[in-house]
Design a protein around this ligand. Sequence first.
Ligand SMILES: [Zn+2]
Length: 216
Amino acid sequence: MKKVLMYSGGWDSYCASFIHPDAKKLYINFHTPYSEIEMKNLPADVEIQDVDLQRYALADGYHIPQRNAIMALIAAASVMPDAERDLDPEIEVYICGVKEDATAPDKSPYYFSCLSLLASMFGTNGNRFNVNVKGFFDYDKITMWEMAGKPDMRNIISCYKGENCGKCLACKRRLLYLDHIYPGEYDIDSKAIIRELEENDWIVNERILARERQNV
Ligand SMILES: [Zn+2]
């Protein structure tokens, strides 16, 4: 079986790289405003594929339409030559959707199963590849970290500006999680962050909410 992990260096894919250490790491450079910064922090064993789609970005400048579908199809294609050579049609593509992401229509178990079907319709000479696009929707970010063997998460970059500014929502969520797994190390107002995340329709981790309730 060939495995490919879509790797950005953020919380989820960093944990997933420990859960699937035998997966090839792939980063697709869509030329978004944060691509350059993300690429600067990628480890050397990440394969980078250039796909300039910034011209198709939506008005916010960040969202590339069909991004996850394009990623899944390129990831599957990237290991098909090896799969063909080894006469092993089984391919698994990991895109880091976790429990907290399940509200996005294009990051859901159903969407990923559609992508699996689509990617598996390719083949030559009557041979088909069997592609399985998988997320981690059964697990939240803290469970991912535990399954990874609790690696050090303090230096993970997760920020809309790519510099851990501490002010954007991605940064605030990262700090909330860090505060949960390393209690007492971070000086944050967790209640205010939870409120802000919920106001923006972000799913807040159930385990963090449970601890917060106990602390009331
Ligand atoms: Zn930030």
